[in-house]
Design a protein around this ligand. Structure first.
Ligand code: ARG
Length: 580
């Protein structure tokens, strides 16, 4: 039998079967297969230890009994017992070769990667900025992490709906419409629309502060909008259309295309049903004029309720988010929803999820799996939230422009002789990829320091380093004369070949880990290590040699390394290059 793509799950299944024969399964035995320290093997199963302790058995003897029933695996693996009952598995070179030959295209990699989420529908709520404002660095993480998560989920076989839950409704539109009608600068709108909206909003805000008559007028503009006045609706619509077109320019650079953009305004006519249902099922109560949900079992939310309708009768972030949960469940029939939002909104999301759980339970509905994919803050080199010198938020547009400019300097220093247009094209990819990768290479829950020199560099765990590894392999193939990989390659032989092959097989685990935890850094760490193993191999073993057998064997490894690197980088949302 061919070795399956995901070797760890293959081992897991075999060990479960062995455990079942021994009657251990019904007593709760778990194989606990994971990637091993390469010094011990490729994978290890630790389950015998914990189980034997619990059952007061000798763990080593138990592990041995399991190993005795794994005869089917001995063709592909060297199996050994270590310590107090760990089972180590080391892939034999022939098995490594079989794996490398089977997984020869991205489609084959993807077919192998199907996970527990395969066939499920997931909606990913990410980016989700407020309209009429420029996106700033704070919006970077949601966009970048969200896109990577969409790609990981899709790769593992889930149906993914990308939803941009924009903030396109709210009291700010009163002042904005007031100023728009009186002070719009058409030329500025055409050139930099979001800057113009920001200017108008500030203008309206300051005018309303200075003059109560203006404040009243602005409030009237808001009421007209809320009551569906045609003129104000058209202005509002225009502001949102222009905002989205400007956002799309950034999304294009980041490789993002939303399936739906259902922002807060979309849920305006859906909140009454939420008030009714929450009240009818006894979850919500009136408190000081507002409609609120308390969570008595929670240390804070027993006294700080979730306010689902404000005391002035208006809807808020909570009401639209509750309506969103219902819509996603009823309309899209999702199995899960991932909210890629800053950790500072944790309280909101916890209250949202708790309320939705109780509400769905009381109304006999099945709640989709709701996950807050949280992330930390982007810090400057002073360890404070990243700002410009004047303390302003850094515009995402300016940040990406600077990234491309800095990458251009890097590329030009490396290849001063290539034509400028070529260097620009390469720098566009490297610059944006560097910013994406700097974010994705960190555990998303931590803050990270945004340091240009570290992220736009050919050294270290950077996009440029990984992209360069890909181009280096492409250049090997250009020298070898085409991408042809001889079919009759022999099994990896030298220490560096074997080491690289063993790493390639573990791509499946990295993808699975990243997808299950919705944490892309598991994949980026793996890709970085893979590039390192490739570099060691390339330093140790000459690829383009005369001996056709050796050459074919090494070209196969080069080919698969590039395949996995490219597939992995694309899963993270990065574009890759043929030359650098
Ligand atoms: N517009 C919000 C903000 O800028 C983010 C929305 C996130 N999505 C959601 N369903 N609450 O903070």
């Amino acid at each position: 039998m061919d070795l399956p793509f995901n070797v760890a799950s293959h081992l897991d299944a075999s060990i479960r079967a062995a455990a079942a024969q021994l009657g251990l399964a019904e007593r709760g035995f778990q194989p606990e297969v994971r990637v091993a320290d390469p010094a011990h093997g490729d994978f290890q199963a630790n389950g015998a230890l914990a189980f034997a302790k619990r059952e007061k058995q000798n763990p080593r003897a138990l592990a041995q009994q399991i190993v005795d029933r794994l005869a089917d695996l001995t063709g592909d693996f060297e199996i050994s017992l270590a310590g107090p009952g760990f089972i180590n598995f080391r892939l034999k070179p022939a098995a490594l070769l079989a794996w490398l030959r089977a997984y020869d295209t991205e489609d084959h990699l993807q077919a192998g990667a199907a996970s527990a989420r395969a066939g499920h529908t997931w909606i990913v709520d990410y980016s989700s900025p407020n309209t009429a404002k420029q996106m700033h660095v704070g919006h970077l993480r949601s966009a970048v992490i969200g896109e990577a998560i969409c790609r990981l989920l899709a790769f593992s076989g889930a149906r993914v709906i990308r939803d941009n839950h924009i903030g396109d409704w709210g009291t700010q539109f009163g002042k904005l419409i007031w100023a728009y009608k009186r002070h719009l600068n058409a030329a500025a709108l055409a050139a930099e629309p979001l800057e113009e909206f920001e200017r108008l909003y500030k203008l309206g805000h300051n005018a309303a502060d200075a003059d109560p008559a203006v404040l009243t007028e602005a409030q009237q503009e808001l009421v007209k909008l809320q009551n569906g006045d045609a003129e104000n609706l058209a202005v509002w619509q225009h502001i949102n259309d222009v905002s989205l077109a400007a956002f799309q320019k950034i999304y294009d650079q980041l490789g993002i295309k939303f399936d739906v953009t259902l922002g807060e305004s979309f849920y305006n006519d859906k909140v009454d049903r939420i008030y009714r249902e929450l009240t009818d099922c006894g979850l919500a109560e009136e408190s000081k004029g507002a409609l609120v949900v308390f969570h008595p079992e929670h240390p804070r939310f027993k006294t700080q309720p979730f306010i689902v309708r404000k005391s002035d009768g208006a809807s808020n972030y909570a009401s639209t988010d509750l309506a969103t949960v219902l819509y996603r469940s009823e309309h899209f029939k999702v199995d899960g929803a991932a909210y890629v939002i800053d950790f500072r909104q944790s309280d909101h999301l916890q209250q949202l999820f708790l309320t939705a759980q109780k509400w769905f339970a009381k109304t006999g509905r099945k709640l989709p799996q709701l996950e807050h994919v949280d992330f930390g803050t982007v810090l400057g080199e002073n360890n404070k939230p990243l700002k410009t010198r004047d303390g302003e938020n850094i515009r995402l547009k300016a940040l990406l422009d600077e990234a491309r400019e800095r990458a251009f300097a890097l590329v030009s220093a490396k290849s001063p002789d290539s034509p400028e247009t070529e260097r620009r094209a390469i720098a566009d990819v490297v610059g944006v990829a560097s910013v994406q990768y700097a974010d994705l290479s960190q555990n998303r829950s931590s803050d990270y320091v945004f340091a240009w020199d570290k992220m736009i560099s050919l050294e270290g765990n950077t996009a440029a380093y990984l992209l360069y590894a890909v181009t280096r392999i492409s250049s090997i193939f250009r020298k070898a004369g085409g991408d042809a990989v001889a079919v009759a390659a022999t099994a990896p032989e030298s220490a560096a070949e074997i080491n690289l092959a063993r790493k390639l097989v573990k791509f499946a685990d990295a993808v699975q880990l990243a997808t299950n935890a919705l944490r892309p850094h598991y994949l980026s760490t793996y890709l970085y290590e893979l590039a390192g193993d490739f570099s060691t191999f390339y330093g140790a073993d000459k690829v383009i040699v005369d001996d056709p057998t050796v050459r074919a064997r090494r070209l196969l490894l080069c080919h698969r390394t590039r395949l996995v690197l490219v597939a992995g980088l694309q899963l993270l949302g990065l574009r890759t290059l043929e030359r650098m």
